[in-house]
Design a protein around this ligand. Structure first.
Ligand code: F6R
Length: 262
């Protein structure tokens, strides 16, 4: 794992977008794992700008989102399909047929989850997975005690997560869906490269636990410590409670891999 600290949220989102763009330019048929949420909005805005200003080409890539609410159709407000269309897909040259999210309205949700895993496998696996982190420590919707080897399945959402996401449902946690389909922790760990982005003071405590704490199913993000190619990008606010920041900064300043991004 590497931790990269940027001065502000905009700089951290910009670096994520530039990393992703570099991967996409190298491998036009990239298989991308995508996340939703407020943190990602700045990344998607940067990607749209790179598409517009520098002709970043998405026409050959395939995407798989982490999760979708159970019971919400893709055109309903609050659904993650709608989020992706509005924040990214409608503004770039991606082939919508190659953009995948679990179908929260499928008649058999278990079968839908198994089929989602199959689709990822048939696409050759995920090259680069983007992640945010929830206040509960979740990645995707892998709430506390999610098995660290879990695959895509239906999960109940914690009251904390429903409160965190209520902004998309009129601010009312009771109107926020109680269940979701999500890639498992094992599905996420199978990606060849992972980039987690966390910004803001509210994420500082969970980032410190995820990066420097012991691996535990109570905080699914701690499983990322097992991944051979995982980058955690944070702004100074989200880095506040990390103890080894001098070391992380030294690595960023000296590793040749980071030279084009410094
Ligand atoms: C969203 C997802 C979640 C979010 C996390 C952070 O697809 O899988 O894990 O990344 O809840 O959300 P924000 O960015 O809104 O704080």
């Amino acid at each position: 794992m590497e931790v990269i600290i940027q001065p502000c949220a905009a700089a951290a989102a910009d670096l994520v977008a530039r990393l992703l763009a570099a991967r996409l330019r190298r491998t036009p048929a990239l298989v991308l794992g995508l996340a939703t949420g407020r943190t990602m909005e700045a990344v998607y805005a940067r990607l749209i700008a790179l598409h517009r200003d520098e002709q970043l080409d998405f026409s050959h890539c395939t995407t798989f989102n982490l999760d979708e609410y159970a019971g919400l159709a893709g055109d309903q407000p609050g659904s993650y399909r709608r989020y992706m269309q509005e924040h990214l897909f409608d503004h770039i040259n991606i082939n919508t047929r190659r953009t995948h999210l679990p179908d929260g309205t499928a008649p058999d949700l278990a079968a839908e989850c198994a089929a989602y895993e199959q689709r990822i496998e048939q696409s050759g696996g995920i090259d680069l997975q983007l992640l945010g982190i929830g206040a509960s420590g979740h990645i995707g919707f892998n709430e506390p005690l999610s098995a660290l080897m879990s695959r895509t399945r239906e999960k109940a959402l914690t009251p904390l997560t429903r409160a965190q996401n209520a902004f998309a449902f009129g601010g009312d946690p009771a109107r926020t869906p109680a269940r979701a389909l999500t890639m498992g922790v094992g599905t996420i760990l199978a990606a060849r490269e992972i980039i987690l982005l966390a910004t803001g003071r509210a994420k500082a405590a969970i980032i410190a636990k995820a990066v420097e704490g012991p691996i535990t199913a109570m905080i699914s993000a701690t499983a990322l410590q097992l991944h051979p190619c995982c980058k955690v990008l944070v702004d100074a606010d989200a880095a506040t409670l990390l103890t080894e920041t001098d070391y992380y900064r030294w690595i960023f300043d000296h590793e040749p891999e980071w030279a084009p991004f410094r």
